[in-house]
Ligand binder design. Structure first.
Ligand code: ADP
Length: 207
């Protein structure tokens, strides 16, 4: 198995932006959010079970998951949230594991897990944890600009996630993303070189 770097960070920290910069340099990306979207899209592998558990009210006409309807259900019903997670989490874990194993052509894998700090099992699977870090006020303004949400809504989402301090406490490596893209490049470049070295040193790595 190749070297696996778990990448995480709060909403709006810049995970996707940073992951893309590593991918440009040759890292394989395995993104658990993207996998969750595939599983719940039209003909997604989770949809038959979700439909059986929650009924047609959470389906879109194309058979994919109606996210707004599903959010409304789990928002007010903790048991429903647990049921949904019990369907999705094992499938996401399976898919991400298979994709990490299949990525033998890349020198290392960047496993993007937004809630890596909150869910211990991904932390165990990663050889290293890379945290995209930024001030909480920067997160808020980025998400407001991207989604049109109000500051209060963004803060409510952030309150359900690990704190900046929690993430920093588990980080092996960190990218500080408070400036523009120019400030990111040298940080990504130097970590990429480090990961190439570590990948070469890892026993039984793909190459
Ligand atoms: P995440 O995946 O962690 O939610 P994104 O990578 O999607 O975060 O970034 C959130 C928003 O902020 C996006 O619109 C992105 O284009 C912007 N952004 C992130 N980092 C930077 C940066 N260094 N310079 C300019 N814009 C950025």
């Amino acid at each position: 198995m190749s070297l696996i770097v778990g990448l995480t960070g709060g909403i709006g920290s810049g995970k996707t932006t940073v992951a893309d910069l590593f991918a440009e340099r040759g890292a394989a990306l395995v993104d658990t959010d993207a996998i969750a979207h595939e599983l719940t899209g039209p003909q997604g592998a989770a949809m038959a079970t979700i439909a059986a558990a929650f009924g047609a009210a959470v389906l879109r006409p194309d058979g994919g998951l109606d996210r707004a309807a599903m959010r409304a259900v789990v928002f007010s019903d903790r048991a429903a949230r647990t049921r949904l997670e019990a369907i999705l989490h094992p499938l996401i874990r399976q898919q991400s594991e298979a994709r990490c194993e299949a990525a033998t052509n890349a020198p290392y894998v960047l496993l993007v897990v937004p809630l890596l700090v909150e869910t211990g099992s991904y932390r165990e699977r990663a050889d290293r944890v890379l945290v995209v870090d930024c001030d909480e006020s920067v997160q808020i303004s980025r998400v407001m600009a991207r989604s049109g949400l109000a500051a209060e809504d963004v803060k409510a989402i952030m309150a359900t996630q690990a704190s900046r301090a929690d993430r920093r406490a588990v980080a092996d490596d960190m990218v500080l993303n408070e400036g523009g893209l120019e400030a990111l490049m040298p940080q990504v470049e130097s970590l990429h070189q480090r990961y190439l070295d570590l990948a070469r040193a890892k026993p039984h790595a793909g190459r």
